[in-house]
Design a protein. Structure first.
Lengths: 113, 109
C-alpha cells in the first residue's frame, strides 16, 4: 500500500517568514495530493490540493509543488501570520474521491509574532 | 454548508465499558471513515465504509467495530474500552475531498 512520509514534525517560524513542509510517497500510481490544516480543537480541513498533471498550484499565500519523478510534494506558506499556526497533514491517493487516502503524520507549525 | 457532526466533543468512560461514538453527515456521501489521532502518529484509519452496511478494516481495527445502517450515520463501537484507547477520534466523509468532524476526545479510566 501507499506510504506517506512528512517532514518536519514541528516547525517554528517568525511572523512574515516562509514555511515549507515536505512529503514523499511510495506508490507511483498516486495522482492526487491534498493538504489539510487542523486548527486547535477542530477537525482537519482541506486547504489546497494538486493533481499529477500539474507541477504547481497557488492560492494566495499558499502554494503546493509536485515532483512526480522524485515522488515528493511540498507545501509553501509565504508571509506567515499567527493564524497559520496549526497542524498540517499531507495525503496521497490514486484519484480524488478514492477511499484509499493515506495521510502523513502531520507537521505542527508555530508562527511566532 | 457541508457538515460532519460527531455526537460528543469529550467523553470519559471506564475500562470494560461498551462505548459508542456517533457520526452524522448531511452531504449524501457514500464513503465514511473513522480515524484515531495520537501525538506523533498522525491520523490512523480504524475502519471505513463505502456504502450502507458495507465496511472495511483500516490499519488499526483491533478492539473496534463499526455500524452503518443508514447512509448518513457511521458509528464506531469500542466493545470493551481499554486505557490504550484513550485518544482523539475523528470521523470523516468523502466525495472528492474528505470532510472531518470536530473530533471526540475519549478518555478511558
Amino acid at each position: 500500500g501507499e506510504n506517506v512520509e512528512q517532514h518536519p514534525s514541528t516547525l517554528s517560524v517568525q511572523e512574515g517568514d516562509s514555511a515549507v513542509i515536505k512529503c514523499t510517497y511510495s506508490d507511483s500510481a498516486s495522482n492526487y495530493f491534498p493538504w489539510y490544516k487542523q486548527e486547535l480543537g477542530k477537525g482537519p480541513q482541506l486547504i489546497i490540493d494538486i493533481r499529477s498533471n500539474v507541477g504547481e498550484k497557488k492560492d494566495q499565500r499558499i502554494a503546493v509543488t509536485l515532483n512526480k519523478t522524485a515522488k515528493h510534494f511540498s507545501l509553501h506558506i509565504t508571509e506567515t501570520q499567527p493564524e497559520d499556526s496549526a497542524v498540517y497533514f499531507c495525503a496521497a491517493s490514486r484519484e480524488a474521491g478514492s477511499y484509499q487516502l493515506t495521510f502523513g503524520k502531520g507537521t505542527k507549525l508555530s508562527v511566532i509574532p | 454548508d457541508v457538515k460532519v457532526t460527531q455526537s460528543s466533543r469529550y467523553l470519559v468512560k471506564r475500562t470494560g465499558e461498551k462505548v459508542f461514538l456517533e457520526c452524522v453527515q448531511d452531504m449524501d456521501h457514500e464513503n465514511m471513515f473513522w480515524y484515531r489521532q495520537d501525538p506523533g502518529l498522525g491520523l490512523r484509519l480504524i475502519y471505513f465504509s463505502y456504502d450502507v452496511k458495507m465496511k472495511e478494516k483500516g490499519d488499526i481495527p483491533e478492539g473496534y467495530s463499526v455500524s452503518r445502517e443508514k447512509k448518513e450515520r457511521f458509528s464506531l463501537i469500542l466493545e470493551s474500552a481499554s486505557t490504550n484507547q484513550t485518544s482523539m477520534y475523528l470521523c470523516a466523509s468523502l466525495n472528492t475531498e474528505a470532510f472531518f468532524g470536530q473530533g471526540t476526545r475519549l478518555t478511558v479510566v
